[in-house]
Design a protein around this ligand. Sequence first.
Ligand code: SF4
Length: 343
Amino acid sequence: MKRAVRVGRVTIGGGAPISVQSMTTTKTSNVECTVSQIKQLEEAGCEIVRVAVQDEEDARAIGKIKERVSIPVVADIQFDYRLAILSVENGADKIRINPGNMNKERLKDVVRVAKEHGVPIRVGANVGSLKQRTSERWRDLAESALEEVRILEREGFYDIVVSVKSSNVLETIRANEYIAERVDYPIHLGVTEAGVAETAVVKSSIAIGYLLLKRIGDTIRVSMAGDPVREVIVGKKILISLGLREGLEVIACPTCGRAEIDVEELARKVENTLFHINRSLKVAVLGCIVNGIGEGKDADLGVAGLKDGVVIFVKGEIKERVPKRKVIDRLKFYIDQLLKEVE
Ligand code: SF4
């Protein structure tokens, strides 16, 4: 079993549930914007949030941000040891640093302050930070991350989370397998610079999914260009698909010439309205009744299109016909009933 590391009220490793992380895109010292984005992330299910610390103003803002949000805040620092210390002193629940870029004496100061405050440190490597490159880049990544770990261990610091990231799926997988065999610190998983939309979803799902199925990885971040809320939603869906988290799963038929309703539109509406449900529930949205109910039989709840509305079924049994405009309200009603039954 991996060691456990406490990040504020969230535990990473030690058998704790896999947590979903994201990173804000705002200037951290703009407290209003940063708090507003963190709240959106939190509402979407983000459990740990990282903020970029580029100057003293950013580091000092962490205290003010933490007064107004309830999830742990991680400070992301590139080189400056003073910003690392200032972030911890201002309440950062974890810091991400690059010890290899810090003078040994300065690093000692960072480690001392982190120990005093009980704050863990995330270290690691990504392709951008590699100093040495051989033909086996995944090994370079892994070795570089392990070297960062050793630097902290030499300072007597073991409250560590480690990550190795590449934009390449196979490199990410191999590098993480390599470090998982060599250290028992919790691992932060992700594909870095994964890309936009579908590309990022596919790469992250393969790499994170594969590694989690091999029981490698303790916290995840799906990296996507654009609104970070989508990172959180995709991260949660990966965990739900792997059976590592309870939550709503919306299945939808691919549609064909028999479809009587706009399946994609309705499925999106269902997801957007019910995404907050954190119990295992499968809702099927199907284009027609001809094959629909049969296809959706393993769903808890389903909707199948009719010429003049939809039919709603619960565990394969037809409950009622409703006009399209009432679908969401009626689904909510049946979901409430199902949730009460589960409780
Ligand atoms: S449920 Fe109906 S509309 Fe959807 S794919 Fe099957 S037959 Fe086609």
